[in-house]
Design a protein around this ligand. Structure first.
Ligand code: MEV
Length: 298
């Protein structure tokens, strides 16, 4: 059996704006998805446990698309993940990249980045409808990136960027949250365009802050971004309460990450998040820390 790993991701700045062509600052995290490949009579996917019917159907469709694009290699693929599903941490993007790597390997095709990203994008369309591509691209590159459709810059900071990731409960699918926002945007396009543009600016400034190792500026940008996501009705009481809590405990910045909505993941930027992770875990909160960029990053 051969195994292939792809990391999950989190978005430091710029979710949703990125769907409309603006930049987002995203980073791979240490958790992710493993795809395991075994020789078989045909291309097959073993469905993982714990998915609802809609998620299973999307996964089957996505696998069929990837199998077709890799010319149906004779392999059975199974997956395991330590990423929570549908929490904004890029589990479908990571799954798409890991499965693509397994299929390309079985098909004896070159696993070059462009090809991986093309196939993973086709899979992501089955999961999300109109994905920007930020999730699977960040996973495939395994680093911090400033992502804009058609343009990807890999970033390394002067200092490590460390975040605490707190899970604040279930949320609607990315597909439905993105679609609901699209309806509002289509009704009032100019007003929404102004907000998306500003979100994109924050992401660009964030990339500069990372390069300069200016964590205070990065935190401030995250707080402002959270305000704009809230203006777009993508936040909730649970998310707001966690951002306030993290800031009150010394986070330089805090915001939702991913599609947002009712729950999902909230991130807090800390110079040293470990003590806070321990404290919140003792209070019953599901959380972990991840280092995103810097001299000793992933
Ligand atoms: C999802 O991780 C990020 C969104 O911007 C959707 C996308 O970029 O496809 C909400």
């Amino acid at each position: 059996m051969t195994s292939f790993f792809a990391p999950g991701k989190l978005i430091l700045l710029g979710e949703h704006g990125v769907v409309y062509g603006h930049p987002a600052l995203a980073a791979a995290i240490s958790r992710g998805v493993h795809a395991y490949a075994e020789p078989s009579a045909s291309s097959q996917l073993e469905l993982p446990e714990g998915l609802n019917e809609a998620q299973q159907a999307a996964l089957e469709r996505a696998f069929a698309v990837a199998a077709k694009l890799t010319k149906h290699p004779k392999v059975s693929v199974s997956v395991s993940s330590d990423l929570p599903v549908s929490m904004g941490l890029g589990s479908s993007g990571a799954l798409a990249v890991a499965v693509t790597r397994a299929l390309l390997d079985a098909a004896k095709q070159k696993p070059d980045l462009a090809r991986i990203e093309k196939i993973a994008m086709a899979m992501e369309k089955e999961f999300h409808g109109t994905p920007s591509g930020v999730d699977h691209t960040t996973s495939a590159r395994g680093s911090m990136v400033l992502y804009q459709k058609g343009k990807v810059t890999t970033l390394k900071g002067r200092r490590p960027v460390k975040v605490l990731v707190a899970l604040v409960g279930e949320r609607a699918s990315t597909k439905s949250t993105v679609a609901a926002l699209r309806e509002r945007q289509a009704k009032w396009p100019r007003r929404y365009a102004r907000i998306f543009e500003e979100i994109g600016r924050l992401a660009k400034e964030g990339a500069t802050a990372v390069k300069q190792g200016d964590l205070d500026a990065l935190g401030d940008l995250m707080n402002l971004n959270q305000g704009l996501l809230s203006a777009l009705q993508l936040s909730s009481d649970r998310i707001d309460a966690m951002t306030r809590r993290l800031r009150a405990h010394g986070a330089l910045g805090a915001k939702l990450t991913g599609a947002g909505g009712d729950g999902g993941a909230v991130i807090g930027l800390f110079r040293e998040p470990e003590h806070m992770v321990k404290k919140l875990q003792e209070e019953g909160i599901d959380c972990f820390s991840s280092q995103l960029a810097g001299p000793i990053a992933l």
